[in-house]
Ligand binder design. Sequence first.
Ligand SMILES: Nc1ncnc2c1ncn2[C@@H]1O[C@H](COP(=O)(O)OP(=O)(O)OP(=O)(O)O)[C@@H](O)[C@H]1O
Ligand SMILES: [Mg+2]
Length: 465
Amino acid sequence: MSGFGRRTEPALPPRAERAPPPPPPQAAVPIVRPAAPAMPAPAAPPAATASRTRLWSLVMEQVDPTLAAELPGERLRAELERLIHQIADKHRIELSAREQAALARDIADDMVGLGPLEPLLADETITDIMVNGPTNIYVEARGKLQKSDVRFRDSAHAATIAQKIAAAVGRRVDESSPMVDARLADGSRVNIVLPPLALDGPCISIRKFARKRIDFARMVEFGSLTAPVARLLEIAARCRLNILISGGTGSGKTTLLNALSRLIDHSERIVTIEDAAELQLQQPHVVRLETRPANLEGKGEITQRDLVKNALRMRPDRIILGEVRGPEAFDMLQAMNTGHDGSLGTLHANSARDALIRVENMVQMGSFGLPVKAIRTQIASALDMIIQIERMRDGTRRVIQVSEVRGLEGEVITMNDLVAFEYEGEDSQGRIRGRYRAAGIRPGFIARLEYFGLDRAWLAALEEF
Ligand SMILES: Nc1ncnc2c1ncn2[C@@H]1O[C@H](COP(=O)(O)OP(=O)(O)OP(=O)(O)O)[C@@H](O)[C@H]1O
Ligand SMILES: [Mg+2]
């Protein structure tokens, strides 16, 4: 293990040689080690008052981390508070009851949780946590990015927490492998980059798992789309169109994919492929696959492309690719063109047109030397729809474009905007106003709508615009 501040604990003498425990000074606190050997106390946060710092080290000298780890969170906090109170009394350290309680919470978070990140993880309004070094932490709350006053003691402290996160999913992160994707126990997605790659100290980026599911009804409430637009997307999913969801980083692509996937029939067999599993499908028959990074010797990597190829041998009704970002695009298109319709995926792009260009570039990576026209033919026949979503400057995530991929004219893929969001201004609170317009075109996939008996429903939804 390399030295990212992992505390070296002195080896305890064998049990028989250990001095008999001195009589406890006051009521015994069950987390206190019997004979407390001197242990190097970690430094308390620099911002803390001197009394807090002193109490922190005194407490850490007495607490046995193994015993502490066995207690449930609330109990540990209460016991720590009791211990802090005793120590403060004994050493005449002035700290208000509120500060003592806060100290107990911080120590408990550090011992059994993710330290200073715990309050941010508990805050439901926060969706993203971005640690850029020990004292530079940002959060996204209600769609807006802001600096948080939470901080780590130092770089080593942040690295210890990062290692704890990685270790929990059986990965390691240190100087020799300083970049890791992981997941928290609750499903939140985490990326870690340590020095020397990260120049200003450990970086930890957390996309929190949304406890409250965001389905179409909630998206309508949030103003992410309107009921008729939601209806069109539902119909598209039910008709097994091949759909890509495109948008910038954090724009809500995965969330929309989750919402769409909820409409898939329960009788279908679905295979999902992701780098870090984020999809939460409700169907009973789902096979979830996740990629694997190379090990330290550079071996054993399983890519998304490997998984897509393998998925084709698993008799899937649909393949869902969490994020298309490389040569697997080629295999995905092949799958879409060979009967695995209803396949879904997301990708990073700034418009539906850009999304097509990205797919083309990715397919080129995966199919050496295939002529451009052949690639475009594949794309045009595989993809049916691209949904563009955007995080707007007022913090709202909004579907701004629903386009159909129509076909090929010469060498150009033709597209039609079926629905587009038109910006109309801002209200007094700075919220963006606008409306959806539907183009009065019969989509190229009309035959499919008819086949599924949903053509009337489609027209009815358009009437409501
Ligand atoms: N329509 C929405 N309304 C409000 N919040 C949303 C909406 N969609 C997503 N969010 C929140 O925004 C955050 C980002 O969403 P999501 O993970 O879906 O984005 P993404 O585009 O997939 O991001 P990435 O590019 O990192 O994969 C999440 O915390 C999610 O809960
Ligand atoms: Mg995503």
